[in-house]
Design a protein around this ligand. Sequence first.
Ligand code: NAD
Length: 483
Amino acid sequence: MSAFLKDGLARNYLAGAWVEGDGGARIAVEDPGNGQHVGDCALAGEETLAKALEAARASFERGDLTAMKPARRGQLMQRIAAEIRGIADEGAELLCRESGKSLSAAHDEFEEAAQYFEYYGGMADKIEGKSIPLGPDYADYTVYEPYGVSAQIVPWNFPVSIAARSLAPAMAAGNSVIIKSPELDPMALAMLGVALERAEVPAGAVSILNGIGAELGARMVESPAVDQIVFTGSVPTGQAILRAAANPVTPALMELGGKSAAVAFEDANLDTLMSSLQSGIFYNAGQVCSAMSRVLVHRSIYAEAVERAAALANGLSVGHGLENPGLTPVISARQLDGVETLTATARQSGARAASGGARLEREGYFMAPTILADVDPAARVAQEEIFGPVTCFTPFDTEAEAIAMANGTEFGLVAGVFTRDLARAHRVAHRLRAGQVFVNEWFAGGISTPFGGVGKSGFGREKGLEALYNYVRTKNIAISLKG
Ligand code: NAD
């Protein structure tokens, strides 16, 4: 496996070479399933960042990606997809160990990453401008140009697939990219560099650096040498990045958190709701930006829904990710403390734990799968992102009340409607304040459906054809033909 790992140390992929970073700094990576040491990652500092920025700029100025015929760029991306599949087995095991997620979920991440390169690779030669009629004396057209150097900051919950989600469209458009991996699970993402290396991506067009957010990340986003920032992560970090980007006036794409509600009406199919709940809040231990972290249920079916949800939660198998259980650990001891503490506040506002409510006493960082019932929609637990396997059930009586509750947080990432009434599904979907609405299946859609937030969930869209246009800017060329 290339020079990615040297003496157990995962390195930085800097402009086509594997380097250790600055001053021997490294970070230890822990297995959240058992607390064991997975490995170490070499940390990049300011010196390595400066080299990556310089290499990215030089690659862009040389036209490594843009002077290439767009169809050829597409072929390069198809090759990356194939190489990602080639490292998927090894990469998935590493990702499973460092993130705590199940092996099958880790494998899905590599598969999804490959699919992003196929999908956006297919678009590399279809980024077409417009011709604008100005009468016989003018010819006018628009072209879509890449920004230049795109700095992309990735969170720990889906490091490989989220990195690919932004890298693939950026590359299809011809940008050079520098990715900063998350400090809690940087290794599988660093390994993505192996696929890029094997696909013979031009040196400098992509670098993957490991570093601390408040250090390397902060230096990246404040740099005037960056032409675009793509951030996926929490609201406070997004706000800090927007402040840093204000100085150099760097455009930034923000994919932030959520507190997404499913609304289940009296005619909802409860089997469907339960299978959506299982993936919606227990997949990846609920550490999903678009998790189903609130469930609003019509009072006529509320008691049955809570009872079934608690039975589902209590029936989940629990174990290390390598065993592919129904519930895996959360990422760290700190994350577990935060999830447990916020969950405990629910009781103060009159809620009850129909299942779970506290950590599981076993090795690793496991939160019990938790169904909180009778949650006051104004309570902290119903307003703040928990980012763990904990969801909040609240009953409602009318459609208007349900919509007001669903829309009653500062977030607006996704939402769901569960009903057999198509007219109601349409009506409610249009009134929900969210970037994406799932009807009768949480997480319906995929890499081809646009995704992104409203309010504090952020702005800009990832996924789908539309996302590509986040990675280009429009130039208009107006030509006088008068002489
Ligand atoms: P985080 O904000 O703590 O960290 C995200 C990334 O930002 C990490 O790589 C971190 O090192 C870096 N970072 C931290 N401080 C920085 C700074 N000052 N400047 C630049 N970079 C900095 O988020 P997290 O805990 O890794 O991820 C969980 C959050 O991400 C949740 O809120 C979740 O909802 C959100 N998320 C959103 C989406 C989406 O698509 N909308 C997807 C996944 C996760």
